[in-house]
Design a protein around this ligand. Structure first.
Ligand SMILES: [Zn+2]
Length: 186
């Protein structure tokens, strides 16, 4: 998916998390966009390699240069989108440095959402370094801005509905850790 969609799904995960986690929506969103940090290598590299005036590549540049998937600059993307990397590197690091696991949950949602939204040679390799590809159904990574904004409306609306329900302390969305707080308020 695109960054905005990932951030919004992360915010939803944060919204649904226990309220005692500070800035939980932000942490969820941050985790949700984290795997695409690898794009900071891949996109500028391709942009420079093909001589774009701005050192950045567009989706059509990627389509015109399929060799990029076999280039070293594409490997960081495959690493950060691997469930093995998530489980064996990201989560242990979060535990070790006592960083909120919510970021790891947002990160996980990104890998899962990218499975259906990358097709053909652009497919995810969710068990990298194993090269088994997961064939997706559509190419959200190459969407124009209009599609990004349109499809992001859905997680945005869902997030705001959930934020409202959490705000009025709806019982079925309440965590056990929030029970005492709710009773004191009553
Ligand atoms: Zn991604």
């Amino acid at each position: 998916m695109d960054l905005l969609f990932h951030a919004l799904v992360g915010a939803i995960i944060g919204e649904l998390s226990p309220k005692n986690i500070e800035k939980r929506q932000l942490k969820g969103a941050l985790g949700g966009i984290s795997p695409d940090i690898a794009n900071l290598i891949t996109y500028p590299y391709l942009g420079i390699a093909i001589g774009n005036p701005i050192p950045y590549a567009t989706p059509s540049d990627f389509y015109a240069n399929p060799w990029i998937v076999d280039h070293w600059s594409y490997v960081p993307w495959e690493i950060t989108h691997s469930l093995l990397f998530w489980g064996l590197v990201i989560m242990p690091l979060l535990y070790y440095f006592k960083i909120s696991k919510l970021i790891g949950l947002g990160y996980f949602s990104h890998i899962i959402l990218d499975l259906p939204s990358h097709t053909g040679i652009w497919s995810s390799v969710p068990l990298y370094p194993s090269n088994i590809m997961f064939e997706g159904w559509f190419d959200a990574w190459a969407w124009p801005l209009s599609d990004i904004l349109f499809w992001s409306l859905f997680p945005f609306i869902l997030w705001r509905i959930l934020a409202y329900l959490r705000g009025i302390d709806t019982a079925f969305l309440r965590w056990p850790s929030e029970e005492k707080f709710a009773r004191r308020e009553a």
